[in-house]
Design a protein around this ligand. Structure first.
Ligand SMILES: [Zn+2]
Ligand SMILES: [Zn+2]
Ligand SMILES: [Zn+2]
Length: 280
């Protein structure tokens, strides 16, 4: 499986949209890998995980999303599910003949679309033919072609009461990886699943970076990423061949790629950057 990290920041980006803190100022000045868009991942050019700065990704990476058929969403937060850009999949905004887009998300995240006033007008411009919505639930695996996808419980609260935020395990051709954002330190049932499977690759939430997490938290810090590694090494779920990547960075965590990536490396973690590609 080939993975491309389209964006690697938390919701506000780095530098953040309206911020001039030291981290943002330095990141802006240094440019390159220090600039981060909101987090999204493209798998084998076929499946996109989370949907936010998509127009930027098309331009910057010269992506052709006209043929994209599968979009997997973790939860309703706008940096993971920019519902309004789905409109541009519809008639008037694109050329005819492209396949419909299948969108997989939890019930509350899909409710957000159904209750948007704009949604009723989308039907006049092809929503029923071009957007297929699929509700996915924790612990109920599903398949996209020969990719097996298992939604696990994320430790992540949203403003939609009762929303069951998801992290995903993806398997194909004997390889397995975790798409683990957004989530704080995992709950017991998720640990049970992680401890009983081997992972070639873990992608971990590292929003809080060098700060200490105040509990309960929706996200992880570097110290918790390290604790995940220790726990999963002990259970045999990862070994020296496993790749561990931290992502979804916030400027509040005071990470600047040029200076922070070596600190992550010392802890056995690869610090992601926008455009990074990995193959397992
Ligand atoms: Zn997020
Ligand atoms: Zn800032
Ligand atoms: Zn979130």
């Amino acid at each position: 499986m080939k993975l491309k990290f389209l964006g690697t920041a938390a919701a506000e980006g780095i530098p953040a949209l309206f911020c001039s803190c030291d981290t943002c100022k330095l990141s802006l000045e240094l440019g390159g890998k220090n600039l981060r868009k909101r987090s999204s991942l493209l798998l084998d050019d076929k499946i996109m995980f989370d949907f936010n700065d998509a127009l930027f990704y098309v331009h910057n990476y010269q992506l052709d999303l006209s043929k994209l058929e599968h979009l997997v969403i973790t939860h309703s937060h706008s940096d993971h599910f920019n519902i309004f850009d789905l409109e541009y999949k519809l008639i008037w905004y694109t050329n005819p003949g492209n396949p419909p887009l299948n969108i997989y998300a939890n019930e509350k995240a899909l409710d957000r679309i159904y209750h948007t006033p704009e949604f009723s007008t989308w039907h006049k411009i092809g929503a029923s033919e071009l957007l297929n919505f699929h509700t996915v639930n924790r612990w109920k695996e599903f398949y996209i072609a020969d990719y097996k996808i298992t939604p696990l419980a994320a430790n992540h609260i949203t403003c939609y009461e009762g929303e069951e935020s998801l992290i995903y395990v993806i398997e194909k051709d004997g390889k397995r990886f975790l798409y683990g954002l957004d989530s704080g330190f995992y709950e017991e049932k998720t640990w049970e699943y992680l401890k009983s499977h081997y992972f070639d690759l873990l992608i971990l939430d590292s929003t809080i970076g060098f700060l200490e997490v105040e509990k309960p938290s929706n996200h992880m810090a570097l110290s918790e990423n390290v604790a995940v590694i220790e726990t999963l090494k002990e259970s045999g779920s990862i070994d020296e061949n496993s790749i561990i990547i931290s992502t979804h960075f916030s400027h509040n965590g005071k990470v600047v790629y040029d200076t922070s990536s070596k600190i992550y490396k010392e802890h056995g973690l690869i610090m992601s950057y926008d455009g990074m590609e990995v193959e397992i």
